[in-house]
Design a protein around this ligand. Structure first.
Ligand SMILES: Cc1cc2nc3c(=O)[nH]c(=O)nc-3n(C[C@H](O)[C@H](O)[C@H](O)COP(=O)(O)OP(=O)(O)OC[C@H]3O[C@@H](n4cnc5c(N)ncnc54)[C@H](O)[C@@H]3O)c2cc1C
Length: 883
């Protein structure tokens, strides 16, 4: 539609003349400013609408005493222009609000951005005009805006949460909100002040207010973790890293997990002694850096409740060491959420403030506020006379400012608030299906508040503006996420949320701070670098998940889900691809065995079990080694005979060590991992016969091994799963031993290679089709392959022990595993199946690497316990919830 007609329509709609632009931006904070710069440079006509009277966003509004950033300022800066970086020097490690506001003003002036901004203008509604393919934005001040693209840079933390307490209006004293602090400042000297709320703003402002006020009463509902900022000059260690290689430092930040360049920690907590852990913690505490404490102590601190509890305990000690009154110290000690699951705060003298005689802490868990009266605050137990009440009660985070533009009406008259009534649905946190040409910067579903937002904002804006340029060049005029892509993103978000501990806390990340708000982890928890790679992948795959249309070009829609792998599987496969390893089958059998040994040295050590015993047992042609894992719980325990993976060629009784340890802990059973003999030195049927012989011997020596009387169980992974399945058939046919159950993890069950999973997953998922061909060739001649001792699917299946069969979606062996489970069921064998979505062949054995594999191992342990008659509750509590 010609622009003139569009203008006419817009005018009709508003009864005035709508301002016509290519792109309308809402907000002039960190995001809005960079958007304007990029859009103007790219030649788009643009306007920004900003409710405030100046630029700055967060840093315009939040002027409370003590307001600062809590990401080091050298990291919390724009990085798009090296000249800008040279032109501006931060004075402190954590800059104050006035300095950050000056910086944003400096940026606005340097790039001449103010001319694009209509200040004092709030956008009140937005409507997609289907025919014109334009958005019409209604404002509370001046002309409406008609635009092709509507970009909400409205901020994650810009919509203050209204107080939930009755009577605020009746209070005769002064009322302030940290998020709307008066520009002229507030004189609190000699006054009786209350602060309600102990989130970040409360924790920053309380020490400053305590210094001025006659008396300060802090009303706390939930204590938060606070760490000393140790503010001061910019620290030399970080500065020299930045100055040494500015471009490299910035690039590392862009690909890091948090947007701050710190390496990935690899040491796990149980590998470190108490003294080593304490030393790491003290160093981090002294560093005064949130990201350092959140990521650099030990690898499992953010993903495992036990690893996390160790950090919490150390911080609890710090609180007790500072706060003199034990009751106050206890009230300030967070115990209801894992450290980091809720945003921890950086403080200056926060805990010490409670030692001042003019400060009182009121624990609202013990005495809730009843009402605000004309003269102060009344709790269940007492009344406080006050001159000033400060609300530090936070924000309707992430969705508040977006939904405050109401209605945002997309296709078919649908309102965004309705579409999001059960929680935000987005593709990438950037776009929403049925809301074409609408973008959100750092919207729900993007890393946003879980990152250094300066980095996330730049990434989003570069991605969006680059797309707009590409659309313009290709002649497209609309872009819209598909439902499939959006649903896939929701699934991926949910998968990511199972990895970290954020789901275990009720926080503003999950919407829990706002009564009636839909609950769920809103930010993307998969990390800044992985998120960036996903956005790039979408482009390289032809705008996957987007429908593009234009008046003179054919519609383009590559529909699909961008991430179907579990997030940690995706990371591991990406790392393996980056390593550019030679195909294992090209190394020769011994070379491949050596490679696996080397490879295994780099994995996290398995967790401690009660006892590990190495021994030998008599096999058919001489002794076979075994390794026994005994639980720490009082025995005797049932015994599981375990066969390792490795295609009958690789590995030994120790090569699945972390898996055996984990399963021993979770099942509360002894695992005896058998070192059967390998091809090509010992070909078919050696592995099968060794497996059977070992099982029989172990069954006959249960008492000697310290096991519980009764039948053994068998388990195995991959080729080991094959041996376990075959052992069950041989035991049935050869008069024992009795086997109580079989756990078959990604088993080889058949010699046919024509099932779809062999084609679907032929390459790219570590175990390749050609590697499987090689394993088969080394182990078994074509003439023998239909023998049930190597293709158990071709054997008789009646009368076998109950089975738990695990298959992985992205595994060449997937379909033969499923076929075996189905055939067992058809033969009347009790069988349970786990078809693990988004997993690959090694997902469950890469313990403490593939965190999303935990829920599967929990189910395996439960099945083994059921088979052994122990009840199905896992022996170790589930550290990470099931899928
Ligand atoms: C006290 C505090 C400290 C913080 N410290 C850090 C930190 O250390 N590190 C970090 O990474 N992040 C921090 N944040 C998060 C911070 O919000 C972001 O870093 C960043 O400033 C967000 O920029 P933005 O432009 O996306 O949004 P904002 O800065 O929030 O700007 C959004 C703007 O949009 C305007 N707006 C919203 N709705 C409308 C509408 N309907 N019409 C017109 N205008 C509208 C608002 O007035 C606002 O000016 C902090 C947040 C707070 C509150």
């Amino acid at each position: 539609m010609p622009e003139a007609m569009v203008a006419a329509r817009a005018s009709e709609a508003t009864n005035g003349t709508a301002q016509q632009v290519d792109v309308a931006v809402v907000g002039a904070g960190f995001a809005g400013l960079y958007l304007l710069h990029r859009l103007a440079k790219a030649g788009f006509t643009t306007v920004a609408l900003e409710e405030a009277d100046d630029v700055g966003g967060t840093w315009y509004w939040n002027r409370y005493p003590g307001a600062r950033c809590d990401i080091q300022t050298i990291d919390y800066s724009y990085t798009f222009d090296p000249e800008l970086e040279r032109a501006w020097q931060w004075s402190e490690k954590y800059a104050t609000q006035p300095e950050i506001l000056r910086y944003l003003g400096f940026v606005a002036d340097r790039y001449d951005l103010r001319r694009h901004i209509r200040f004092g203008t709030k956008v009140s509604a937005a409507t997609w005009d289907e025919a014109a393919e334009r958005w019409l934005l209604t404002t509370d001040n001046g002309a409406a805006v008609s635009c092709r693209y509507y970009i909400m840079a409205t901020g994650c933390l810009s919509s203050p949460k209204p107080p939930e307490i009755d009577g605020v209006k009746d209070f005769n004293g002064e009322v302030y909100f940290t998020s709307r602090w008066p520009h002229e400042g507030v004189d609190l000297a000699g006054k009786r002040v209350a602060v309600i709320g102990t989130g970040s703003s409360g924790i920053q402002s309380i020490p400053m207010i305590a210094e001025q006020a006659a008396h300060l009463t802090v009303f706390q509902r939930t204590p938060n973790f606070a760490l000393p900022a140790h503010n001061g000059p910019r620290p030399n260690d970080r500065l020299s890293l930045l100055d040494g290689d500015r471009a490299g430092y910035r690039e590392q930040a862009r690909w890091s997990m948090t947007g701050v360049p710190y390496p990935q920690q690899t040491a796990v907590s149980w590998q470190l002694s108490d003294a080593e852990r304490r030393e790491r913690f003290e160093q981090a505490w002294a560093a005064g850096d949130l990201v350092h404490v959140l990521t650099q102590l030990w690898a499992d601190q953010g993903v495992d409740v036990d690893g996390n509890a160790l950090v919490s305990k150390l911080i609890h000690e710090k609180i007790r060491a500072v706060v003199k009154d034990p009751d106050t110290a206890e009230a300030l000690t967070p115990r209801d959420h894992p450290f980091g699951a809720k945003r921890p705060c950086l403080d200056t003298n926060y805990y010490a403030t409670y030692n001042r005689p003019n400060v009182t802490l009121v624990n609202l868990r013990q005495e809730p506020i009843k009402e605000i009266t004309t003269s102060g605050i009344t709790t269940d137990k007492r009344s406080f006379d006050l001159d000033v009440i400060v609300f530090a009660t936070g924000f309707d985070a992430m969705t508040g400012a977006i939904k405050a533009v109401h209605p945002i009406t997309g296709r078919h008259g649908k309102s965004l608030s309705d579409v999001w009534s059960h929680g935000p649905q987005t593709y990438l946190g950037l776009t929403v299906a049925e809301f074409p040409n609408l973008f959100m910067i750092t919207g729900p579903g993007s890393p946003s508040v879980l990152s250094n937002m300066a980095v996330s904002i730049e990434q989003h804006i570069d991605w969006v503006v680059d797309r707009l340029i590409a659309l313009r060049e290709a002649g497209f005029t609309t872009i819209e996420a598909t439902e499939t892509a959006q649903a896939g993103w929701a699934q991926h978000m949910a998968d990511c949320a199972t990895v970290t501990l954020h789901r275990l806390a009720n926080t503003w990340y999950t919407g829990a701070n706002v009564p009636g708000k839909a609950q769920g982890v809103m930010p993307y928890t998969g990390g800044v670098g992985p998120y960036r790679s996903i956005c790039n992948e979408i482009v390289s795959r032809g705008m996957l998940g987007f429908r593009l249309t234009g008046p003179d070009v054919a519609e383009q829609c590559n529909d699909g889900e961008v991430v179907r792998l579990q997030p940690d599987v995706r990371l591991v496969l990406g790392m393996l691809a980056d390593m550019n390893l030679p195909p294992i089958e090209s190394l020769g059998a011994q070379g491949a065995r050596d490679f696996l040994d080397e490879f295994n040295k780099g994995r996290p050590a398995g967790r401690p079990v009660g006892e590990i015993v190495d021994g030998t047992l008599p096999g058919n042609d001489g002794p076979l080694p075994y390794r026994l894992y005994r639980p720490a719980t009082p025995g005797p325990h049932p015994i599981v005979v375990y066969f390792h993976g490795g295609g009958w060629v690789l590995g030994d009784e120790q090569s699945d060590d972390p898996f055996c340890r984990d399963m021993c802990r979770r099942s509360g059973m002894i695992f005896v991992s058998v070192g059967y003999r390998h091809a090509p030195w010992h070909r078919f049927p050696t592995a099968a016969e060794d497996g059977f012989a070992a099982t029989r011997w172990i069954a006959e020596h249960v008492a000697e091994l310290g096991g519980a009387p009764g039948p053994v169980l068998v388990a195995g992974w991959s080729a080991g799963g094959n041996i376990a399945a075959v052992t069950c058939q041989l035991a049935r046919d050869r008069g024992g031993p009795e086997i109580a159950g079989q756990l078959l993890l990604n088993p080889v069950t058949d010699c046919a290679f024509d099932r779809p999973s062999y084609a679907d997953n032929a390459t790219g998922y570590f175990l390749t089709r050609s590697l499987m061909y090689w394993f088969w060739d080394l182990y078994c001649s074509p003439g023998d392959r239909t023998d049930p001792r190597v293709s158990p699917l071709r054997g008789k299946l009646e009368g076998l022990p109950p089975a738990f069969v695990v298959t992985s979606e992205f595994d060449p062996l997937r379909d033969e595993g499923i076929a075996y489970a189905e055939a067992l069921a058809a033969a009347g064998v009790p069988v349970e199946q786990l078809n693990a979505r988004g997993h690959f062949h090694c997902s469950f054995t890469m313990v403490d690497v593939i965190i999303t594999g935990v829920s599967g191992r929990v189910r395996m342990a439960e099945a083994l316990r059921r088979f052994a008659g122990l009840g199905d509750e896992a022996a170790v509590p589930i550290a990470v919830a099931a899928e």
